[in-house]
Design a protein around this ligand. Structure first.
Ligand SMILES: N[C@@H](CCC(=O)N[C@@H](CS)C(=O)NCC(=O)O)C(=O)O
Length: 221
């Protein structure tokens, strides 16, 4: 049995989707980060960075934080959704793109959400910078998906799940331009067609973008 500590956020949904895809038994525990529950000493004892998601494996006693590390842990446990190390080309393609998801997609898309929706003040430079970087990254993903269904030639993997966590939120706020990035649009539709993806997006609850504050524009500053 696995324990998932999570909330209604892109990084949390990634892990719920992977658990659903792999059919591993788990219990989801809501950590309400909007009320500061991530600073509870019990959470900080599992993740010194005080953030969700966190996974605990009752079978092995292992606790893992950082969504990319958790996705690799789950793929390794199930022996699915990531290339084996002896498939060196595919394995390293997976590692580099999972790192790209963690280091480039997550931080930049996260800052875009912050400056364009959540910041208590309108900061035109921050809005313009992260909306431009987000759109540029949509183009990078579109190019990666040119001629292939999934981000790895190897096939559907936790890399798709890692990237989808943030892209699905970008899509829900209308940031994805399907005419400019048709490969990305088609990949989003392929992801959403998977029952496990749709199920994972309900754990712990479904995010409702209509409850976000209004979209701030750089010109508003
Ligand atoms: N790099 C981390 C990022 C984790 C993260 O930023 N989690 C957010 C929710 S998506 C969080 O817990 N935020 C609470 C806070 O910043 O206080 C990962 O991929 O797991």
């Amino acid at each position: 049995m696995l324990d998932l500590y999570t909330h209604t956020t892109p990084n949390g949904y990634k892990v719920a989707i992977a658990l659903e895809e792999l059919g591993l038994p788990y219990e989801a525990h809501t950590v309400n980060i909007r009320e500061g529950a991530q600073f509870d000493p019990a959470i900080v004892a599992m993740n010194p960075n005080a953030k969700i998601p966190i996974l605990h494996d009752r079978e092995t006693g292992t606790t893992v934080y950082e969504s990319s590390a958790i996705l690799l842990y789950l793929a390794d446990k199930a022996g699915r959704l990531f290339p084996a190390k002896d498939e060196a080309t595919a394995y390293w393609d997976g590692i580099q793109k999972l790192t790209f998801a963690a280091a480039s997609i997550g931080p930049m898309f996260g800052q875009r959400m912050h400056f364009s929706y959540l910041a208590p003040e309108t900061v035109p430079y921050g809005i313009a910078r992260y909306e431009a970087e987000g759109a540029r990254l949509h183009g990078v993903l579109d190019a990666m998906l040119d001629g292939r269904d999934w981000l790895l030639d190897w096939g559907y993997s936790v890399v798709d799940i890692a990237v989808f966590g943030w892209v699905m939120l970008a899509d829900r706020i209308g940031a994805v331009d399907g005419a400019a990035h048709p490969n990305l649009r088609a990949w989003i539709d392929r992801m959403v067609a998977r029952p496990a993806v749709r199920k994972g997006l309900t754990v712990p609850d479904r995010v409702d973008p209509s409850r976000l504050p209004p979209h701030k524009l750089a010109a508003d500053g």
